[in-house]
Ligand binder design. Structure first.
Ligand SMILES: Cc1cc2nc3c(=O)[nH]c(=O)nc-3n(C[C@H](O)[C@H](O)[C@H](O)COP(=O)(O)O)c2cc1C
Length: 101
């Protein structure tokens, strides 16, 4: 299955930002399924060798988190032309920092 995925979509990488851990959990699972590396928003690796970028963030007040938006902008400045991009978001569940939100 993974080989088929690679043949179809090329080399994938998972990038994400997470405040409370939910998005990170999902990013870890996706990276595991794709047998690929994952990076959080602290840095953006050299994306030259990747064909598919999976980018995850979380929702605050109905919008992508600030950090996620900033990360997307930074990503835009990297050379991502021609690459496939998959976005995912987590939302709705209380996060682990503040269970009341
Ligand atoms: C301040 C704050 C605002 C939020 N606003 C929304 C929202 O508008 N809609 C929603 O569905 N979830 C909202 N959530 C829930 C988060 O999107 C959800 O818990 C997300 O999984 C957190 O990701 P993280 O654990 O990776 O930081 C909010 C959470 C916080 C802390």
């Amino acid at each position: 299955m993974v080989d088929h995925f690679k043949v179809k979509y090329g080399k994938a990488i998972v990038l994400y930002n997470s405040r409370g851990g939910n998005t990170e959990k999902v990013a870890i699972k996706i990276a595991k399924e794709l047998y690929t590396e994952r990076y959080n928003n602290k840095n953006i690796p050299d994306l030259q060798n990747f064909d598919l970028i999976v980018l995850g963030s979380w929702i605050i007040s109905g919008w992508i988190s600030f950090t996620g938006a900033r990360y997307l902008k930074k990503l835009h400045r990297k050379n991502i032309a021609g690459k496939k991009i998959v976005l995912f978001f987590t939302s709705g569940a209380p996060d682990e920092i503040n269970p009341m939100t």
